[in-house]
Ligand binder design. Structure first.
Ligand code: AMP
Length: 225
């Protein structure tokens, strides 16, 4: 199974991608996580990307396309992948389709998650991430906790510095300006599965899996949650 999870910052792509990766037994490729790791490790990519990430702007297309090209050619993506955060511009979408042709990879499903802007701002200002396992939590879920409930790491919660309200609003504008052409591009290819990103996490997962099953027929294997 090959899947693109598309949608605005905060809509739940990361949360759903982690669950789906485990249910479908395929890797979760988050371009945001790759970039944040590079910033953390101070690699040449990280040094270039740091300012862009904290301002909420987009990293140049050629860099992102290069990252995805390298990643898709890796062994871990042989049996499928879930892309979270890519493609984000029309140029990325077009380059991605060319790459799929070149690598002879067929059938990538495109899931568009949606929620309204004020809900997204609320979610993102309340979002905390575990530095050790990258799990995402709301402030309520970790209230009073010292250790990450997923991996047990101590004092590992942090707020992404692009999750400050001013930067969030800018990221949502950047998303809006770039998203329409990407959606239209995949609509023309008749690939879009639209799912509401509000409600219970497990219901959203179930909705995505149902839609994928009906599109892909019996070609997917889903593990129990
Ligand atoms: P995310 O974790 O997906 O919200 O991404 C965090 C930040 O990483 C974004 O605000 C961008 O600065 C950068 N980024 C992630 N994916 C891409 C992409 N496909 N194209 C350009 N910039 C990206």
């Amino acid at each position: 199974m090959r899947l693109i999870l598309f949608g605005a910052p905060g809509v739940g792509k990361g949360t759903q991608a982690k669950i789906l990766a485990s249910r479908l037994n395929i890797p979760h490729i988050s371009t945001g996580d790759i970039l944040r790791q590079a910033v953390h490790d101070k690699t040449p990519l990280g040094i270039k990307a740091q300012k862009i990430l904290s301002s909420g702007e987009l990293v140049p297309d050629d860099i992102m396309i290069g990252i995805i090209r390298d990643t898709l050619q890796g062994k871990e993506c042989r049996n499928g992948f879930i892309l979270d955060g890519f493609p984000r511009t029309l140029a990325q979408a077009k380059a991605f389709e060319e790459l799929l042709n070149e690598l002879k990879i067929g059938n990538v499903y495109f899931v568009n998650l949606s929620a309204d802007n004020e809900e997204l701002v609320k979610r993102l200002t309340n979002r905390r991430t575990c530095r050790s396992c990258n799990s995402i939590f709301t402030l309520d879920e970790i209230l009073g906790l010292q250790n990450c409930p997923r991996c047990g790491a101590e004092n590992s919660f942090y707020q992404r510095n692009d999750d400050q309200e001013e930067v969030i609003r800018h990221r949502l504008k950047v998303y809006k300006d770039n998203t329409k052409p990407v959606l239209e591009f995949y609509e023309k290819l008749d690939k879009v599965i639209s799912i509401k990103g509000t409600g219970k996490i497990e219901e959203i997962t179930a909705g995505i899996l149902r839609a994928l099953e009906s599109k892909a027929g019996n070609k997917i294997t889903i593990s129990a949650s």
